[in-house]
Design a protein around this ligand. Structure first.
Ligand code: HEC
Length: 243
């Protein structure tokens, strides 16, 4: 009698430990692989130096201008193989997702910047994207998504560079980091690890900056104010690295 109770308890114990009756059915990986698949592969320079409040990710979006990703997977150092290449796969992508991006999201999966994207609207087979060698550093993200589009026109891309400041590709880093302002006394354009004291930050956040005649605030869209300006601060406060 005692022996039977013991066996019954043992059986119950095993059952609890293995959660054998939680009622759910777990599909095996072969049957759960529905939806589209995208694989991206390449060498990602500057990947390691992203500030910890951002996530370099492979992410799917339903619309090009969606603020948030519908599905995403964070890329981590464990995705870097021995040859230095990253290979990441996003699978089970539902049909509503039209675009898959190599991009940076913040902690809430809000989209900040894109480095590469592929249209998967009509994809029936797994899509493979060869990224080659790509500079995905914080500085290059700011260059591509902001300086090139919003600043370079006056600062070096046309026939003039306002205040002698070049914000064009290949020049902006050397022109900004640890360089004295020509307009604001005793300030640097970018003071490493001190965004609040950097003239770059001041012109973007303040309506008027003593010494500078032009109001730069008008150039900053509402969206960039929420995505790019914090990115610039993060870049400065995380060492203002080139890569
Ligand atoms: C419409 C032309 C124009 C655009 C676009 C523009 N700037 Fe300027 N910027 C100027 C002018 C003009 C000055 C110098 C103002 C003065 O002489 O007082 C200046 C000055 C600056 C300075 C201060 C330089 C120093 O030595 O102190 C910084 C920093 C700066 N701009 C950054 C930017 C950034 C970042 C952008 C993109 C968001 C941008 N600018 C877009 C015209 C422009």
């Amino acid at each position: 009698m005692k022996k039977n109770v013991f066996i019954a308890l043992l059986g119950l114990g095993i059952c609890v430990l293995s959660a054998c009756d939680d009622g759910r059915i777990y599909p095996d990986s072969a049957t759960s692989a529905e939806g589209k698949t995208v694989v991206m592969e390449g060498v990602l320079e500057g990947f390691d130096n992203w500030a910890s409040n951002y996530r370099v990710s492979i992410a799917g979006f339903e619309q090009a201008d969606d603020e948030y990703a519908s599905v995403s997977k964070v890329i981590t150092t464990s995705d870097i193989k021995d040859d230095g290449k990253v290979s990441v796969e996003l699978s089970g992508i539902k049909s509503e997702v039209k675009i898959v991006r190599l991009c940076v999201l913040d902690r809430l999966r809000r989209h900040i910047v894109t480095f590469e994207e592929v249209d998967v609207s009509d994809a029936t087979e797994p899509v493979k994207v060869d990224l080659g060698t790509m500079n995905i550093s914080m500085h290059n993200a700011i260059q591509q998504s902001f300086f090139n589009t919003t600043c370079a026109n006056c600062h070096g891309a046309s026939n003039r560079a306002a205040a002698g400041l070049y914000l064009t590709e290949g020049k902006s880093y050397q022109a900004l980091v640890d360089v004295d302002s020509k307009k604001v006394e005793d300030k640097k354009l970018v003071e490493t690890n001190n965004s609040a004291n950097s003239v770059l930050h001041m012109v973007l956040y303040q309506q008027s900056v003593e010494g500078i005649s032009m109001d730069h605030r008008d150039l900053v869209s509402e969206k960039n104010e929420q995505t790019i300006l914090p990115l610039i601060d993060s870049w400065i406060n995380n060492g203002a690295k080139e890569k």
